[in-house]
Write a protein that binds this ligand. Structure first.
Ligand code: ZN
Length: 500
């Protein structure tokens, strides 16, 4: 197929741009992954699904994509202000586990949730703890170039010096002044020259378990280092796309740009892409609101805010229903609407599968190939306009109405057109949007069908009894019993159980 121009919004230029990879036919893409000290929540599902949509679409367009998503297993993201304790370490202490055991446990659980959401695994999932040397090299380069300083065994990025020569705030639009105010890094306040400076290397306190030797001290790297170091290692010093949630624009990605420029003299990333956030009933997700709902809780319904369980495909559909740069507000109503929408779409797909051998009936208006071609073009246009998944879903819904008319034989179609429509639906629903048949829903339907068949057989047996055909009624009963069914005759007919 010929590739059509893909337009994406670049956070750096603050406008939509034509996507042109640095190397023809290949794309390097880096997405900030989870910090593995707890279960992934709804906020993790959004970047995972957003960049899965991009990954899938680029693959569909015939690109060779190297998709790197890191695992932050040094929990230095947020220190507890009063204790200065690393999150993974704290969790390990509370759960009496080795820190790497905690990281592995939640990595496994994250992968399980991603699989349930039908997110394709990235090409590489590097761990921060496996790349300490690369991070130390990055720190050394920045020190050598004069954009960092050592203080009491820790190393800090000299934001003020950098900002004199380069544009600190180029991504987030912040000035040095409001960057200072926004700096959440409370630790090391007395070691830093300026409030806005951020840690490249931290000397470990005596009680700190996760520590590595370095030229400066036994310690651990600053959080922003890992993505710059691992992005460069696996995608090269210049690569195409860096993505993540909007909450990472500042300070994380702003600091990554500064680190890249300070170490290699140029920016590393061509296109910065950010998904918007999810609010829960109008509020930001936050500890103080007690509204973090983890993905496993969604799948089981076990959270006080949830009225029911929501399947992974309902969650995926819910997220795809909004454009990735718009906010999404979670509520039970919104998820129940998504559940219905998803069911309606899959219903149309199954009806489409059952359209066999053409339904061209004399006198009926016919769905033409031109209609399918036009639908195809509109679907690609929507994807090419900054991954507009809500428009894609809307177009598929509109087309579902035509499928319903076909299923009701109010419209006719030739086998060729029916095949083309099936191919188009399959490409967009499964390959690009990454939806799939809900196994829970599928199992329920299979179980219902199974029960109806057993009921049907037992009704035949009753009829045989009414006609005094004892041989037939006995043989049905004994064959069912051999298969493990226990059949009981009751006042109103029969009941059965399966003893297996
Ligand atoms: Zn990152």
């Amino acid at each position: 197929m010929t590739r059509q121009p893909l337009i994406i919004y670049n956070t750096l230029s603050r406008q939509k741009e034509l996507f042109r990879p640095l190397t023809e036919g290949r794309v390097g893409m880096y997405v900030c992954g989870p910090t593995v000290y707890g279960d992934a929540h709804l906020g993790h599902a959004r970047p995972a699904i957003t960049f899965d949509l991009l990954f899938r679409y680029l693959l569909h367009q015939g690109y060779r994509v190297r998709y790197v998503r890191n695992i932050t297993d040094v929990g230095h993201l947020e220190h507890d202000a009063d204790e200065g304790e690393d999150k993974i370490q704290k969790k390990a202490r509370l759960e009496e586990l080795e820190p790497m055991e905690v990281a592995q446990l939640y990595t496994n659980r994250f992968e399980e949730a991603m699989k349930a959401l039908n997110c394709l695994p990235p090409s590489i999932e590097p761990r921060a703890t496996g790349h300490i040397i690369e991070q130390e090299q990055l720190v050394s380069e920045i020190l050598r170039n004069g954009y960092a300083y050592e203080s009491h065994g820790s190393v800090y990025f000299d934001v003020e010096k950098y900002a004199k020569e380069h544009r600190y705030g180029i991504l987030s639009g912040r000035t040095l002044e409001n960057a200072k105010d926004a700096s959440r890094e409370l630790a090391g306040v007395d070691e830093k020259r300026n409030q806005a400076d951020f840690a490249l290397w931290k000397k470990a306190q005596p009680q700190h378990i996760m520590r590595w030797p370095s030229p400066w001290s036994e310690g651990f790297p600053g959080w922003h280092c890992e993505c710059t170091a691992m992005g460069r290692k696996y995608l090269g010093s210049h690569f195409d796309i860096h993505g993540g949630g909007m909450d990472l624009v500042f300070p994380h990605h702003e600091c990554e740009i500064a680190q890249a420029v300070a170490s290699q003299g140029s920016e590393m990333v061509r296109y910065w892409m950010h998904n918007n956030m999810i609010t829960i009933e109008g509020r930001k997700m936050g500890k103080s609101y007690n509204n973090f709902i983890t993905l496993p809780q969604f799948f089981t319904g076990e959270h006080p805010l949830l009225q029911q369980a929501y399947s992974p495909m309902t969650i995926r559909f819910f997220i795809l229903q909004a454009h990735y740069r718009s906010t999404v507000d979670f509520s039970n109503d919104a998820l129940q609407a998504a559940e219905k929408g998803y069911a309606r779409l899959m219903d149309a797909w199954r009806k489409l599968l059952r359209l066999t051998e053409g339904q061209r009936v004399k006198g009926q208006p016919v769905v033409e190939m031109a209609w399918v071609d036009e639908l195809r073009q509109k679907l690609y246009d929507a994807m090419n306009d900054d991954l507009n998944s809500p428009i894609v879903l809307q177009l598929l819904f509109d087309a579902s109405r035509t499928i319903n008319l076909l299923a009701d034989r109010k419209l006719g179609v030739t086998p060729e057109v029916a095949e083309a429509l099936k191919g188009l639906f399959s490409t967009f629903i499964f390959d690009i949007l990454g939806l799939q048949e809900d196994t829970a829903q599928g199992n329920k339907e299979r179980e219902q069908a199974f029960a109806s068949v057993v009921d049907m057989v037992l009704r035949q047996r009753q009829r045989a009894k009414e006609q005094k055909d004892w041989m037939l009624s006995d043989s049905i009963r004994s064959e069912l019993s051999e298969l493990g069914f226990e059949v009981k005759d009751t006042k109103d007919g029969f009941s059965w159980t399966l003893n297996k």
